[in-house]
Design a protein around this ligand. Structure first.
Ligand SMILES: [Zn+2]
Length: 377
């Protein structure tokens, strides 16, 4: 799926309700937050209304809801301006909060939660220790009963981070580590971390806790924090199932996140960018990441000798590229088109010798390169 960043929409508060069995999607009429939502939807011409309808349609076609807990899964994207704050309510009444917006947004988040009659949070996830994600969490911890706090194993030196740690301590909690394969163990839906998959260095965004929410096949969401392309690549490499109907776009729509390869892995139907309408970062970036990078992979990294592989180059769909296969004995150049698989016979390849493929495309005078490899058996 291609995300149209030019038409990026500012989804400040948005409901998506999945109804088990009945295929019904509703706005939460009785909830005070509705007023704000309607306001945002009308002023921003958000597609959320249309999206909800489409989701409704797809959900009603969903046959395997029998084993799901009855009720609705609700996901709220709170208006915290430049930052993230997301509430998930499972059909069993569990509440999970992902991030709490910036320092000055803590009160807003607490107010939203109260409007939704949330008095207790089963889990709070601090995706990474940047202010626009953890800033408001101390206020949340001070005002609501919280059972568990998850955060990646990285520390920050900021006052904001210290406040967060202090609030966790005052709540008599110990931070549980957010990392790939940790399951929140919810009753009403499945929530499992798919990232971070490894330890990173000092770049906070790399550590972003990425969590997948599943409520049946169609009720799948991927929340990515500020995970950059580097982290996306690492997640893809673990071959976890990242596919999700709804993608909370990484890093507020920055070009440093959401590579074409990641979109190919997630295959979202809907994308949500949480960002201030006016922000000094120029987010979301208008330039699609897919126009800025080139990715390549082969469908078989250990093909049989004299076999055939398909080279897939993505990121500059439609652009002509040149792929140089560095075989042991010589180089061979192939021409291809990004977005279309290129079948290549590898008869010349020596078993056990890693063949590097260098890919080059020139678009509007700019040169893009990438590489991949395979090792014939
Ligand atoms: Zn952020």
């Amino acid at each position: 799926m291609k995300i149209n960043r030019t038409g990026a929409w500012f989804l400040l508060l948005f409901f998506m309700l999945f109804c088990s069995g009945c295929g019904q999607t509703q706005s939460a009429n009785s909830q005070p937050a509705k007023e704000k939502q309607v306001q945002q939807v009308s002023t921003e011409k958000s597609e959320s209304k249309a999206d909800s309808k489409t989701v409704n349609k797809t959900d009603s076609h969903h046959k395997s809801t029998a084993s799901l807990p009855k009720g609705k899964l609700k996901v709220y994207f709170f208006d915290v301006g430049q930052g993230d704050s997301i509430l998930i309510q499972t059909p069993k009444g569990e509440n999970v909060l992902i991030d709490g917006g910036n320092n000055d947004k803590g009160d807003d988040v607490v107010r939203y939660l109260r409007q939704l009659h949330v008095s207790q949070l089963d889990d709070v996830i601090a995706t990474h220790p940047d202010a626009d994600h953890i800033g408001g969490l101390d206020t949340v911890l001070e005002n609501l009963k919280v059972k568990n706090v998850y955060a990646p194993r990285v520390v920050n030196t900021t006052r904001t981070y210290e406040d967060f740690l202090l609030a966790v301590k005052n709540s008599r909690l110990k931070i549980k580590q957010a990392k790939a394969n940790v399951d929140l163990g919810l009753q009403g839906a499945s929530m499992k971390f798919v990232g971070p998959v490894k330890d990173y260095h000092e770049e906070m965004n790399d550590w972003s806790a990425v969590v997948k929410l599943s409520y049946g096949e169609k009720g799948t969401f991927l929340f990515t924090g500020d995970a950059p392309i580097r982290s996306e690549e690492d997640m893809i490499a673990t071959h976890q199932d990242l596919s999700s109907q709804v993608l909370k776009v990484g890093h507020h729509g920055s070009k440093t996140a959401t590579s074409q390869a990641f979109l190919d892995a997630v295959k979202p139907k809907y994308a949500i960018i949480s960002v201030a309408k006016v922000n000094s970062y120029g987010l979301p970036n208008q330039q699609a990441t897919s126009n800025g990078t080139l990715q390549a992979k082969v469908d078989d990294q250990t093909p049989q000798q004299y076999g055939k592989i398909n080279l897939m180059v993505t990121g500059l769909t439609g652009a002509a590229y040149q792929a140089t296969f560095h075989y042991k004995s010589k180089d061979t150049v192939y021409q291809g088109t990004a977005g279309t698989p290129l079948p290549v016979r590898i008869s010349r390849a020596a078993p056990g010798y890693e063949v590097r493929i260098d890919i080059k495309a020139v678009v509007k005078g700019k040169t893009y390169t990438t590489h991949t490899s395979f090792t014939p058996q």
